[in-house]
Write a protein that binds this ligand. Structure first.
Ligand SMILES: *[C@@H]1O[C@H](CO)[C@@H](O)[C@H](O)[C@H]1NC(C)=O
Length: 378
């Protein structure tokens, strides 16, 4: 009995050991070759590219600051003041302009690690007491954010040597903000003139019409003696919210794109509006050749093309009767498109702020602006 039991035990043991060896061998055989064949990252990337996939690297750098995990690779741009308290969703840069090259924030606790600090000029106190006080990091650049013309720019002594970059409508600013015409990709699309119900229009704060004496109002008062102008009050709800803005302009054959002050490059949305809407802008601002830096010469009518307002009015009335001549003002549309600017009040500064984000995310140049006002006034 004992010997049979012994033989049986030995057999079972041998069987178990053999099975173990077989399992081990199979495991080794299965895992080893696959280890050897593990594709290189480059190969993976190539495969992913073929399959149109995005690959996240296996080894991710441990973020040093958990609060900003997904932003560590992007420079931080700190919006020091909300301009005129007009707050918008900072994600708009990504959704509206496809700008995603910086981590944009209004959280001042990011100050010490901000690569760019965006400072809205109008909000700076005369004694500079609301500017950052702690020393700035070597990599940090302060951006002077001012979309106003020199006429409307308050002089603050003491900000002369503070800034590294300028953000302005000026062509020679470090960050040049403007709604530009874009080259058209598809040139055989035909332009259809919107339905016109009015001859000449202007959206303006109507409280200023009879009181202000700047160029645009004196010219307007001269013009209405010779031609009818439909004036829409810009401070009414329908315009301050941006509703009906493009719609109203498109219902007019001509639109008064009169700037509030006359300075080089100071050509604002009041010019872009009619270009977008399919209306001919009548411009008052810098000289014609300056407009031609930004738009084709045959896309607008300049008040200085005429000796006086009476002659301009006469010309507009003849164009009103000559459709072929009128339509020539839209020939540029075969090659360019104008982009709708944002008209919602709270998004007034979104375009500029997003441009700053784009700039800091893509350019690292070292710079100091020695004298802001000298630059602005030249
Ligand atoms: C920014 O300007 C300040 C003040 O002029 C200067 O001290 C600093 O070195 C500049 N920094 C950069 C990164 O350009």
């Amino acid at each position: 009995m004992t010997s049979i039991f012994c033989v049986l035990r030995a057999t079972v043991t041998a069987f178990v050991v053999l099975a173990g060896i077989i399992v081990l061998f199979l495991m080794y055989h299965k895992s080893f070759p696959s280890l050897k064949c593990h594709p290189s990252p480059a190969h993976l990337r190539r495969l992913a590219k073929q399959a149109n996939l995005r690959i996240t690297p296996l080894v991710t750098k441990q973020p040093s600051r958990p609060a900003v995990t997904h932003h560590t690779d992007k420079p931080v741009v700190l919006l020091w003041f909300w301009p005129e308290d007009k707050k918008f969703d900072l994600q708009d840069c990504k959704t509206l302009f496809k700008i995603d090259s910086c981590h944009l924030t209004d959280d001042r606790s990011f100050y010490s690690r901000a690569h760019g600090v965006l400072v809205f000029h109008r909000a700076i106190r005369d004694d500079l007491s609301n500017l950052p006080t702690s020393p700035r990091a070597r990599f940090q650049r302060w951006i002077w954010f001012n979309m106003d013309s020199p006429t409307n720019t308050r002089r603050i002594s003491g900000i002369k040597g503070l800034f590294n970059l300028t953000l302005s409508y000026r062509k020679d600013a470090d960050i040049h903000v403007r709604w530009r015409l874009a080259l058209k990709k598809n040139t055989d699309e035909d332009f259809v003139l919107p339905r016109k119900e009015r001859l000449l229009c202007w959206i303006v704060d109507s409280a200023d019409l009879d009181t202000k004496s700047t160029e645009r109002f004196s010219y307007y008062r001269e013009l209405v003696k010779h031609i009818e102008v439909d004036v829409f009050n810009s401070s009414s709800v329908e315009f301050s919210q941006g509703v009906n803005y493009f719609l109203t302009i498109s219902s007019c054959k001509f639109y008064l794109s009169f700037e509030d002050s006359l300075h080089r490059d100071y050509i604002t949305e009041t010019f872009n509006g009619p270009l977008v809407a399919g209306t001919v802008p009548i411009v008052l601002g810098p000289p014609r050749r300056n407009y031609e830096d930004f738009a084709p010469g045959a896309s607008f009518i300049h008040v200085n093309d005429f000796p006086d307002a009476a002659t301009l009015a006469e010309f507009l009335l003849t164009l009103d009767k000559d459709n072929r001549a009128y339509m020539r003002y839209f020939n540029w549309r075969r090659f360019f498109t104008a982009r709708r600017h944002l008209t919602e009040e709270n998004r007034e500064f979104a375009h500029a702020i997003c441009q700053a984000c784009h700039h800091i995310g893509t350019s690292k140049a070292y710079r100091v602006v020695p004298d802001l006002y000298k630059w602005l006034l030249q």
